[in-house]
Design a protein around this ligand. Structure first.
Ligand code: DAH
Length: 334
């Protein structure tokens, strides 16, 4: 058996030299050192050896095993010094990194922003945690207005809440600037609504505000029609319908022909053939007075639109919650 032991030693010494990575080292270990490896087989062979030769052969075998183990460990630590960790294989091929894309909501938001910027609007920002005064009071909501109800608003304390719309940013802008003002105010808003495929407790709005001497309803119409044509296409039909908001008077909702069914009526437009895309109106004199503006001198218009619904319609998305799940299989499609 002694020659076999010598033979195995030579083979192991030769093979360890060609081991170049962690997986080859593991192969080496399995071949020689594992429980069913070649050294273990020789140990098994001891049983068939005459008893008087066993101690000497056993000793040689133990030495062989220690030697091969050393060869293995030496190689393992040489990998470890290179990589800092024996389990890291520097010779492995690199993995291709994933390059992200802009979130579909932000793509929509950016497009809207650039249209208004091209029409001379600036961009303003406000806090998502608001006080009751900016979210409601200053915007001419009567104290008992249903929108203040706990069902719609996430209150943090009696006076602090998550803003339910971007309109409070109007107030903050006017408190800090004198007319002329021409800004849009994009951001997140929160409402305590039942979550479903059509509505989520957080969504996005773009608010707009223009205040100056002699601003009229026709300026509002001209600006918003220009926006609609640039964003949705110049051949789309639109219409203004009178409505009510506490902070504007007169107020209107703007509808466009449902581009899913082309006005015929479908699930998306609830068979109406029209989609409501934004609310707007002339800033209520009470709102202007609340920020200390002279209502004899200045008038203004404002508007607000939800972004998530626009993006849903645009990309044909079935469930609004997909926007916020961060599933790369969804996000990769945009
Ligand atoms: N704040 C309104 C909402 O959340 C949207 C809105 C309507 C904003 C009319 C305005 C406006 O500035 O003039 O539903």
């Amino acid at each position: 058996m002694q020659p076999q032991i010598e033979q195995l030693r030579r083979e192991a010494e030769e093979q360890i030299r060609s081991v170049a990575n962690v997986s080859q080292l593991e192969e080496f270990r399995v071949t020689y050192l594992a429980r069913k490896g070649r050294i273990a087989l020789l140990f098994d062979g001891l049983k068939g050896v005459p008893p008087d030769q066993r101690p000497a052969l056993g000793k040689s075998l133990n030495e062989l095993r220690a030697h091969v183990q050393q060869l293995h460990d030496g190689k393992a630590s040489s990998f470890a010094t290179v990589t800092g960790s024996a389990s890291l294989d520097l010779t492995q091929m690199g993995r291709r990194g994933h390059i992200g894309t802009k979130h579909p909501l932000m793509q929509t938001m950016d497009e809207i922003k650039s249209i208004f910027v091209s029409m001379g609007f600036g961009i303003a920002d406000g806090p998502e945690l608001e006080d009751d005064y900016h979210n409601f009071g200053a915007l001419n909501f009567p104290p008992d207005h249903p929108a203040r109800d706990m069902q719609d608003t996430f209150f943090v304390t009696r006076d602090v809440l998550l803003r339910t719309h971007t309109s409070p940013v109007q107030i903050r802008v006017m408190e800090n600037h004198q007319p002329p003002i021409r800004v849009i105010m994009p951001g997140k808003v929160y409402r305590n609504e039942a979550i479903s495929s059509r509505s989520f407790c957080m969504f996005h709005q773009v608010e707009g505000l223009c205040v100056d001497k002699g601003v009229t309803f026709s300026e509002l119409k001209g600006t918003l029609i220009s926006f609609i044509k640039q964003f949705y296409g110049s051949s789309l039909k639109y219409r203004f319908r009178p409505t009510f908001f506490p902070f504007t008077e007169p107020s209107a909702d703007i509808y466009i022909t449902c581009f899913i069914c082309n006005g015929k009526g479908c699930r998306m437009c609830k068979q109406a053939g029209w989609l409501e895309i934004l609310g707007c109106g002339m800033v209520h004199p009470n709102v202007l007075r609340n920020v200390g503006y002279d209502t004899e001198k200045f008038t203004g218009y404002a508007f607000g639109m939800g972004i998530d619904r626009i993006a849903i319609l645009r990309y044909g998305i079935e469930d609004i919650r997909l926007f916020f799940e961060n599933d790369v299989r969804f996000l990769n499609q945009f």
